[in-house]
Design a protein around this ligand. Sequence first.
Ligand SMILES: [Mn+2]
Length: 301
Amino acid sequence: MTDTLNYPHFLGSEIPQGSQDDAFFQVLPVPYERTVSYGAGTRLGPSAILDASWQLEMWDGYSRPSDLGIYTCSAVDCQGDEAEVIQRIADATSAILKKGKFPVGIGGEHTVTGGIIQGYLDAGFTDFGVVQIDAHADLRDAYEGNPLSHASVMKRVVDKGIPLFQLGIRAYCEEEMAARKAHDVHYLDADELVPNGISRITLPPDFPKKVFFTLDIDGMDPSVFPSTGTPVPGGLGWYQTLSLFKSVAEQSELIGFDVMEFAPIRGFHAYEFAASQLIYKMMGIVQRTQERHYQVEHGVC
Ligand SMILES: [Mn+2]
């Protein structure tokens, strides 16, 4: 578990570092940790996940996502002014998009997703929605006075007029309930999804076809991932999470995804491996559901 920017590349034990011009999946490590509200350690998430990815098999059980090429970008420099870091994240994301490739963000705290979404806007994406798995609504206008807090990241998204669908939420305040109403946020909370074993959803007919998927790892149950800063009981299971992601992928044109808020626990490498496998399985679902939307050789159509 290192705390440097010299990260290994994703699945580096099995495949060479892809080319930035050719590889479809472009992994963007963002070791950003600034507005911690409880446990710390998300700045170590990207390096731990990339280290653990060397233990993955290329075959994910259904296909070989690595056949599309995986390029691991240099980690975003997260030192300095918050707004400048967010802009650096946006710039790195839009650079990937301008090459017609598929961003896979690895955090870092959930604030990072705000920078990634800004990157889509900067790259000229307009008509897209965001689907979020999370324990927390992240819809506070500011948290402890900070509008760039991880607890406010989805408020920044809906403030930009981007449609939002939330899955697995089970911790929110009245201000966030009001924000859901004010911004027509769609949601299926954990108390509906988990006890009823719901693993498929239908997006509303007017939801944008292009979807960015953000997975805050605390949306999953702490029995699966205790390795996160603000765990909440009653979350989604492993298969349920992947199945929900697949159901969204089947009815959308996915334009990217991220996995945020992973905070490794020293000595418990099972969680690091699980996080890297989750990302690789999500890549596999993208590979198998998005063929109609992209041509491997020419990037996203
Ligand atoms: Mn979150």
